[in-house]
Ligand binder design. Structure first.
Ligand code: URA
Length: 209
């Protein structure tokens, strides 16, 4: 089973409370999500492999560590996932960014792809799927499945807030995927919103509706 990490650093929890607040305006919402993404990036990258390299300091020859192999790939799920990309890139500027767009088929209610564009070397990178709200798990599972169908194997999932139902769905469908959250909330309501949640992440991020 993949790990479940709640990034409960006080700075993340403080900012998340302001993100949840319905009085927080679009500009502040966007900035806070960006900041939380940067802080979460620190946690998510904790186990990326390092290799030793020689380095000449002004004092002596030494051996330092650098990240081994290719940098990460960030895969935001459109559109709310976009709001966490720049915050991640502040810490991982060499990461490549792919995009997955999904819509809910009105007949089957199953998420269907309308756009997939991945880095050419995606199969050789550790990929972080970014989907701020893990509600039923339908879109996260579909995005992860899309990556696996294209041969990607090292995949992590990053969300701001999850419902227990969404976590269980991803763990069942993709037990190899580690999940990183800022908060695990109580439940889904009858409209599919996370409770207490933050409302519709995309609408709050872009000022729509
Ligand atoms: N998507 C959102 O944006 N918010 C929710 O609460 C659930 C899914």
């Amino acid at each position: 089973m993949g790990s479940l990490t709640i990034c409960d650093h006080p700075l993340i929890q403080h900012k998340l409370t302001h993100i949840r607040d319905k009085e927080t305006n679009t500009k502040d919402f966007r900035e806070l999500v960006d900041e939380v993404a940067t802080l979460m990036a620190y946690e998510i990258t904790r186990d990326i492999p390092l290799e030793s390299v020689p380095v000449n300091t002004p004092v002596t020859e030494a051996v330092g560590k650098v990240i081994s192999g290719r940098m990460l790939g960030l895969i935001p799920v459109l559109r709310a996932g976009l709001g966490m990309v720049d915050g991640m890139l502040k810490l991982i500027p060499a990461a490549k960014v792919g995009h997955i767009g999904l819509y809910r088929d009105p007949d089957t209610l199953i998420p269907a792809e309308y756009y997939v564009n991945l880095p050419a070397d995606a199969t050789q990178r550790m990929l972080i799927v970014i989907d701020p709200m893990l509600a039923t798990g339908g879109s996260a599972n579909a995005a992860i499945r899309t990556l696996k169908q294209r041969g990607c194997q090292q995949i992590k999932l990053m969300c701001l807030i999850a419902a227990p139902e969404g976590v269980a769905a991803v763990q069942k469908a993709h037990p190899d995927v580690d999940i990183f959250l800022a908060a695990l909330d109580e439940r889904l309501n009858e409209h599919g919103y996370i409770v207490p949640g933050l409302g519709d992440a995309g609408d709050r991020m872009y000022g729509t509706k």
